[in-house]
Design a protein around this ligand. Structure first.
Ligand SMILES: [Zn+2]
Ligand SMILES: [Zn+2]
Length: 135
């Protein structure tokens, strides 16, 4: 079923053509800075399954901890992270879970970059954890 998520101020909306379920928790230092927390929680979806259906994002280009090129798209009005695109997941968008705060059935399936998690993080237990990226 299609579902729509939005940023804090509502200027940006993202529509998915299926309900998000699986989240990848990323504890890389870049995600920590960009999210303001211990990790980012991400829905990885094919480009043609998701669409920015309202507003236009701003983006910041950087090099990810993996060395891949990364664009972090965010709302220029409220600063909420919206999605990332990276050369290591070409053809995909890495959408931020909290856009879809109305969704009921999302759960963390994998932790990545756990080696750089801050001391005060509480990573999910009982799911595969990778010190760096999954590959
Ligand atoms: Zn916003
Ligand atoms: Zn990350």
């Amino acid at each position: 079923m299609a579902t729509t998520g939005k940023c804090l101020c509502g200027a940006i909306e993202v529509t998915l053509n299926k309900n998000p379920k699986e989240l990848v928790a990323c504890y890389c230092t870049s995600c920590q800075k960009a999210s303001g927390g211990a990790a980012s929680f991400n829905i990885i979806m094919e480009d043609d399954a998701c669409d920015v259906s309202r507003g236009v994002t701003k983006f910041f280009k950087e090099t990810a901890d993996s060395g891949a090129d990364l664009e972090r798209h965010f709302c220029g009005d409220c600063g909420s992270p919206i999605y990332s695109v990276t050369t290591s997941y070409s053809g995909m968008k890495i959408l931020k879970a909290a856009l879809f705060s109305e969704e009921k059935n999302m759960h963390v399936v994998t932790n990545i970059w756990i080696d750089s998690a801050p001391e005060w993080a509480a990573p999910h237990q009982g799911v595969p954890s990778h010190g760096k990226s999954r590959s």
